[in-house]
Design a protein around this ligand. Structure first.
Ligand SMILES: Cc1cc2nc3c(=O)[nH]c(=O)nc-3n(C[C@H](O)[C@H](O)[C@H](O)COP(=O)(O)OP(=O)(O)OC[C@H]3O[C@@H](n4cnc5c(N)ncnc54)[C@H](O)[C@@H]3O)c2cc1C
Ligand SMILES: NC(=O)c1ccc[n+]([C@@H]2O[C@H](COP(=O)([O-])OP(=O)(O)OC[C@H]3O[C@@H](n4cnc5c(N)ncnc54)[C@H](O)[C@@H]3O)[C@@H](O)[C@H]2O)c1
Length: 479
């Protein structure tokens, strides 16, 4: 990308970071002014497309396609034991499609000419940025610098033994024995996918709750299902030590001491704010080094500066980063700030069964005012037909009105049911509103209906002439 011609003018907007948040801000800024630049410090093409959402889902799809063979015998299909993975080809496909996704994101900045600047920006004050030894001045600045994987300094592993999602998808082949450390969304997704592709995965997590779940009942089911696929050691920080004599990495906890060939660090991500000059803004920074941000405007305190995407650490998810870029981009080119209502929270981990948290998580509920309905998928008709009959879903509603509050699940097709519930929560629908709507047969959503019915029986009775009061058959084939 080009170097800037804009040294002596005052720009309307400087955007720092060309990830999903930065590109979303760019879209709004470009509609309203030509006086802008967008600066990007690392590779162009966004974290999501290059090393995040997209390549991780590509790897998961390959893993799940291969894993499906474990049900073939039950379906009456023979010969599954002859199938094998060619890891080099798997990784090649991941990169080929990934490159295609990256190319599509590059189109947004390729057309900008000198308005797209490569280099690491540093703030000098709320209106000035230092980039490639030049000072640029702007009425507004949007910071959208993303985040990076955390790797503990004390690990001291040789480069070829330590993977993060920044390097995983570049590998031509993968280690035979791999420790995945950290069981948040990234650790869970990658541990299961790599294990399903035949790598001997051992997983570790300091937290006993996995994948962002807060409901202990759903967490227990998720743990039970995952630990049938690979060993999981939770509840303490693992010690990671390079043993050159043994040519391996040793992972030690109070429970276990194992040798592996490599480690995937999935310990969380830190906002890219080091050396960014946030201290020059003159506002207090929290212990993480982050300034106060209004999530409805993305403005930092009352400054002409905005913080969006993973860098804000508000909700480090793609759709939230895109929203935050949109909000910051619009507000940066307006006199009057618009306050946006943020979306119903929705988090999906693409494990199998998928883990989702929608609306208010279990942890945030006032249990005196909440009723809960749950379903297990072990006997659910459609799930049994597909050999995907495992998992649990729990829905939460207000006991006074039946209004849906949230749900957590580890369930087949959880990603779709979570969207359905997010739409319902967004519209302030009650459990009875939902039960009055159509549920086709036989679908996995009938499992969700069972959980809703279990909430409904705890609510005050309604008229028998309302279809929402229609009861279950209590027969696997029909519910
Ligand atoms: C493995 C993985 C899987 C994921 N899966 C999902 C998923 O399935 N669903 C989902 O919703 N989310 C997922 N996420 C999260 C999602 O990818 C992020 O929330 C999103 O990409 C963040 O976008 P961003 O614009 O904030 O940051 P980025 O896309 O990282 O953009 C920030 C840009 O700023 C640049 N930059 C940094 N510092 C400077 C500087 N000083 N000067 C100039 N430029 C700078 C960086 O080089 C980068 O290009 C996943 C993340 C990972 C890592
Ligand atoms: N499907 C998705 O939507 C998706 C997928 C991947 C990532 N993401 C986003 O990316 C963000 C980062 O994901 P993540 O999973 O890396 O982070 P995370 O912070 O969600 O989870 C990290 C986990 O590592 C554990 N941990 C930390 N230090 C440890 C140590 N020394 N030893 C063992 N365990 C340790 C933590 O207890 C935590 O459970 C998520 O918050 C999510 O928003 C989303």
């Amino acid at each position: 990308m080009a170097n800037s011609n804009f040294v002596n003018e005052t720009l309307d907007v400087i955007i720092i970071g060309a990830g999903s948040a930065g590109l979303s801000a760019l879209r709004e800024v470009r509609k309203r002014t030509e006086q802008f630049v967008i600066i990007n410090g690392g590779p162009w093409g966004t974290t999501c497309a290059r090393v995040g959402c997209m390549p991780s889902k590509l790897l998961i799809e390959a893993a799940n396609a291969f894993h499906r063979r474990t049900t073939f015998e039950t379906f009456g299909i023979r010969g599954a034991d002859q199938l094998m993975v060619n890891m080099t080809s798997v990784m090649q496909r991941v990169r080929e499609l990934r490159d295609d996704f990256v190319a599509s994101t590059l189109k947004a900045t390729e057309v900008l000419g000198t308005k797209a600047i490569s280099g690491r920006a540093r703030l000098l004050n709320p209106n000035q940025v230092l980039i490639n030894d030049k000072k640029l001045t702007a009425k507004k600045i949007i910071i959208a610098t993303g985040s990076h994987p955390i790797v503990p300094a004390e690990w001291h592993l040789p480069e070829n033994r330590l993977l993060t999602t920044d390097t995983l998808f570049e590998q031509k082949t993968l280690p035979t024995r791999l420790a995945v450390i950290g069981m948040g969304p990234i650790g869970m997704e990658m541990a299961q996918a790599l294990s399903r592709l035949g790598i001997k995965v051992t997983a570790f997590g300091s937290n006993k709750q996995i994948g962002g779940l807060t409901d202990p009942h759903v967490n227990e089911v998720a743990l039970d299902l995952l630990s049938q696929e690979f060993p999981l050691y939770l509840g303490e920080r693992a010690k990671v030590v390079w043993e050159p004599g043994e040519n391996c990495v040793r992972i030690r906890t109070s429970e276990v001491d194992i040798a592996v060939d490599g480690v995937l660090a999935a310990l969380g991500r830190r906002p890219n704010i080091d050396h960014l000059g946030l201290e020059t803004l003159g506002v207090p920074l929290n212990e993480q080094g982050l300034p106060p941000v209004n999530p409805t405007t993305m403005q930092i305190a009352d400054l002409p500066v905005f913080l969006a995407g993973d860098a804000s650490d508000y909700k480090p998810l793609l759709h939230e980063a895109a929203d935050e870029g949109h909000i910051a981009g619009l507000n940066a080119v307006r006199e009057e700030m618009i306050c946006f209502t943020r979306r119903t929270p929705l988090g999906i981990v693409f494990s199998d069964p998928s883990i989702t948290v929608v609306g208010n998580p279990f942890r945030s509920l006032n249990h005196n005012e909440t009723v809960i309905g749950e379903v297990r998928f072990d006997h659910q008709g459609r799930a049994r037909a597909a050999q995907s009959n495992k998992g649990m879903l729990r829905v939460y509603a207000k006991s006074a009105s039946g209004e849906l509050l949230g749900a957590e699940m580890c369930a087949p097709a959880g990603e779709h049911m979570a969207h359905l519930l997010a739409l319902a929560i967004d519209q302030s629908l009650t459990v009875r509103d939902l039960l009055g709507m159509p549920f086709y047969h036989p679908v996995l959503e009938e499992g969700l209906r069972t959980a809703l019915r279990k909430v409904a029986v705890q609510l005050p009775a309604i008229s028998e002439s309302d279809l929402a009061s229609c009861d279950a058959f209590n027969v696997a084939a029909l519910d």
